[in-house]
Write a protein that binds this ligand. Sequence first.
Ligand SMILES: NC(=O)c1ccc[n+]([C@@H]2O[C@H](COP(=O)([O-])OP(=O)(O)OC[C@H]3O[C@@H](n4cnc5c(N)ncnc54)[C@H](OP(=O)(O)O)[C@@H]3O)[C@@H](O)[C@H]2O)c1
Length: 272
Amino acid sequence: MRRRPADRDQPVDRRAHHHLRRTGMKIGILGTGAIGATLTQRLSAAGHEVKVANSRGPETIPDEVFTAGGRAADASDVVTGVDALVVSIPLNRIPDIRLLVDELPAGAVLLDTSNYYPMRDGQIAALDEGQVESLWVAEQLGRPVVKAWNAITAGSFSAKATVTGSPNRLAIPVAADDDADRALGMSLVEDTGFDGYDAGTLAESWRQQPGTPSYCTDLTREELRGALATAVAGRAPRRRDLAMSVIAELTKDVTIDRGDDFLVRVNRLIYN
Ligand SMILES: NC(=O)c1ccc[n+]([C@@H]2O[C@H](COP(=O)([O-])OP(=O)(O)OC[C@H]3O[C@@H](n4cnc5c(N)ncnc54)[C@H](OP(=O)(O)O)[C@@H]3O)[C@@H](O)[C@H]2O)c1
């Protein structure tokens, strides 16, 4: 059964999510960077109807983004009439899209890929004080989110997709408070070439933030289970910043090719 775009003022029947049709969904994507571009390609290839926007306008989005389908749109168009919206923009830009997100149909599922990097985003006091990143995002956007695709590097996301059931398939953690929303997130992760792993509620999603054992370390479903369980609260921010410093130092000399898995190798060393 296809979900009808709900009127914003109508109460949302959460049970309807359980019957959500998982193919041919209407999906909006905000952000066409490293992650947003791959999302557009994979979700289009999986048969979804995808429209994407950046901050500068549809004409600035390169054609390569649409090799498997999808179309460029204005940001205001991307939130209209969709079943799901994926936000894939720098975390410090999230407050800028609040008014856009307010225009989403009430029943649409909101997914977010973001991570907090103070070096890039500037210091955000609530996050420095330990607020879980996905809860901060939900607070900024005024509605619950599904946290997905945050814990895979752009390189692995682009290069390591496999079909469902492949041996040693990599898994991506998906956290949300609503079971049906989380199931939808996992299904969309599957569509992008990875096992969707049920990582529980948003309150638990600090376990998949930068600096934790599960973060961008290319793990299978079984490995991910252990990595999420062994995360230690409060340890990650220092390790996140340490990894950033190590990566900055080791990539200064651009003539040295560190190999495709360089980021994953650094993360595995520092985050475990
Ligand atoms: N790179 C990774 O390895 C990786 C992995 C997992 C998760 N993530 C997270 O996913 C998010 C996106 O990462 P990325 O590496 O893809 O970023 P990116 O390459 O820097 O691209 C960011 C995109 O967001 C768009 N954008 C910025 N502000 C916007 C706004 N107000 N409205 C609409 N679009 C806006 C930018 O458009 P303009 O260029 O037009 O401004 C650009 O297309 C970040 O939060 C990041 O932490 C990244």
